[in-house]
Structure formats: structure tokens, C-alpha cells
Design a protein around this ligand. Structure first.
Ligand code: PRT
Length: 300
């Protein structure tokens, strides 16, 4: 492969909560990643793509400035950078190409356990420690309250205990960190997930062609994760009832069974959760050999 050929450049988190899921996604999309700890710009060996591994907080800016063509980043980091750039009059455009299915968390206001929370109005005039002041500010303005903030890049939860702030506004997933620090979640400010973002200005023809190959694969990986392949043996005269029980399925494939004239094999792809209860209802209709299997890739 010639080195002068345009290569699509994707920014991803080097290490942290999003890096493993991002690597997994790119690998499932068929990219042969050649990552080592020291190499910050890695060539994908089987496609004209380079992976730039950086701090999560640098990714939105790299895409907005056109240094990278794509980036995978949390919506919290993305929107904070967008608001901050808008405030400073800097370039802040990007395209959110796909909302991904990992990195889920909420950005919430939390107060000391003993605080008597009676609604958002009781937070008026208080001071909050946060890593994302613009997101907090947007929420406060939209709800008609004034808040002060102190910027902390980590260990935000400790701020009220040491007298730095009255409360905090931080990312929460399980809530265990809040609990361990004597805090309670009182209001959700923002819900976040990882997103695949793209620079706003058009890509050259060659890069667009790479993206046109990559995007259906990203969607295929996500769709496969949500879907299950279901196989079962069903009484021939119950096919209509069996089909009705299948959640979000495409047309089932019906196949004859050797030496069983009254039974058929049914194969379907279900795009919704397949519950134990549904399997029990199928069994009650006379179905057996019910198999629910994961799907690795899907297209079309
Ligand atoms: O790469 P860089 O250092 O710039 O970014 P970072 O410091 O934000 O990295 P990292 O790896 O901590 O987070 C990367 C992204 O993961 C975040 O921007 C979010 O989009 C997403 N994410 C999802 C989270 C969490 N869940 C999360 N729980 N990021 C941080 N946390 C922290 C939170 O700040 C708190 O300290 O986890 C703690 C709370 O977790 P629970 O489970 O106890 O509630």
C-alpha cells in the first residue's frame, strides 16, 4: 500500500474507560490494529486507516479542528468542548455520525447525605465541584438557578468534605463512588454515551470511500449485539402462534424435519431481548429444542 494514499485518521482514547470498548468495536469492524503502548499514531495494516491514541478530552478538538477525520468520545466531553468553544468564539462544528452502545453514564448533581434536597431551587447560589462546568452552567440556566463552580479534573467527590464546594456535579454509573464518599445523587443533568463523530468539512473522495465501508460495519456490529438467532422445533399447526411470540423478528425460515411430518424447524433473527417467559410460552405451545444464540456480525 502506497504511503501517499490518503488515510482516514480516527482519534480514540489511549487508556481509560472508553479505550477497551473502542478497540473491541474497531476489531469487530475488521480493522487489524497494531497498537503498542508507545506508538501514539498506529497504522491499521489491512485498511487505509490510522489510529491516533490521545486523552479523551483532546478528541473533540482534534475532530473540530480537522486534525482527525473521526473520533470516538463520550457525549459529556464532546458537548463540554462544544459549549466552551462557542463561548470563546472558536470553531466547534462536527457531525455526530453514530451514537454507540457503550460508555453509558449520567452527569448528575450530588450533595452530602445530610443535605435536605427539596428541588432544584434549593441549589440556587451553591458552589459545585465539577470537571464539566459548561454542561452544569447550561443546565442551571435552563432551570433558572445560579450556581458557582470550582474546576477539578479528578477526585471530584472529595470536594464537599474538604470544604471546596457545597456539592458536586460528576459522572455516575453505578453510584458506588458517591456512596463511598457520603454523597447522594439529587438531579440528573445530562445522560451520556460514547459517540462516533466526524469532522464537519467534507472528506476527500478517497477518505469518504473508506468511511462508506467502515460505517455499515459499525452499524452491523451494533445491530448484531442487540440481536439473537433463534432456532426451535415447532408443531406445524402452531406456526402462526409461534411467530406472534417472537419479538422484533424478520420473516421466519421454516424448514421440514426428517421423519417428523407434524413438526418443522423455525429459524429467526430477533432484534429485541428474548425473555425466559417467551421460551416458556413457546414450550407450552409444544415447541422444543429452543436455542437462543448470539450473532457476531450482520449486514443487510
Ligand atoms: O482520557 P482522559 O483522561 O482525558 O478522560 P477521562 O479522565 O474522562 O477518562 P475516563 O476513562 O475516566 O472516562 C472516559 C469517559 O468514560 C468519560 O468521559 C465518560 O464519557 C465515560 N464514563 C462512563 C465515565 C464513567 N462512566 C464513570 N463512571 N467516566 C468516568 N466515570 C467516573 C466518575 O467520574 C466517578 O469518579 O467513575 C466514577 C463513578 O463511577 P461509579 O460506578 O462509582 O458511579
Amino acid at each position: 500500500m502506497s504511503t501517499s494514499e490518503p488515510r482516514l485518521r480516527i482519534a480514540m482514547q489511549k487508556s481509560g474507560r472508553l479505550s477497551e470498548d473502542t478497540q473491541k468495536l474497531l476489531k469487530l469492524c475488521g480493522l487489524k490494529l497494531n497498537l503498542s503502548d508507545r506508538r501514539l499514531l498506529a497504522h491499521v495494516s489491512n485498511m487505509p486507516i490510522d489510529i491516533m491514541r490521545v486523552r479523551s478530552s483532546d478528541i473533540p478538538g482534534l475532530v473540530m479542528d480537522g486534525v482527525c477525520d473521526l473520533g470516538i468520545v463520550g457525549d459529556n466531553t464532546l458537548e463540554e468542548e462544544e459549549l466552551d468553544r462557542q463561548l470563546k468564539g472558536n470553531k466547534s462544528e462536527y457531525i455526530r455520525t453514530t451514537s454507540l452502545d457503550f460508555g453509558g453514564c449520567r452527569f448528575s448533581i450530588a450533595m452530602p447525605e445530610e443535605f435536605e434536597y427539596t428541588g432544584l431551587a434549593c441549589l440556587d447560589g451553591l458552589r459545585f465541584a465539577t470537571t464539566y462546568p459548561q454542561l452544569l452552567n447550561r443546565f442551571a440556566k435552563a432551570n433558572g438557578i445560579n450556581v458557582e463552580f470550582c474546576l477539578l479534573k479528578g477526585s471530584v467527590e472529595v470536594a464537599p468534605r474538604v470544604g471546596l464546594a457545597d456539592g458536586i456535579c460528576d459522572l455516575v454509573s453505578t453510584g458506588a463512588t458517591l456512596e463511598a464518599n457520603g454523597l447522594k445523587e439529587v438531579a440528573e443533568v445530562f445522560r451520556s454515551k460514547a459517540s462516533l463523530i466526524q469532522r464537519a468539512d467534507p472528506l476527500c473522495e478517497e477518505k469518504q470511500a473508506i468511511l462508506d465501508t467502515l460505517l455499515p460495519r459499525v452499524h452491523g456490529v451494533m445491530k448484531a449485539k442487540e440481536s439473537k438467532y433463534i432456532m426451535l422445533h415447532a408443531p406445524k399447526d402452531k406456526i402462526a402462534e409461534v411467530s406472534k411470540l417472537m419479538p422484533g423478528t424478520e420473516t421466519p425460515t421454516i424448514l421440514p424435519l426428517a421423519e417428523r411430518d407434524n413438526m418443522v424447524a423455525v429459524h429467526v433473527v430477533a432484534t429485541e431481548t428474548f425473555f425466559w417467559e417467551t421460551m416458556e410460552q413457546l414450550k407450552a405451545l409444544g415447541c422444543h429444542s429452543i436455542l437462543v444464540m448470539p450473532i457476531e456480525k450482520m449486514m443487510g
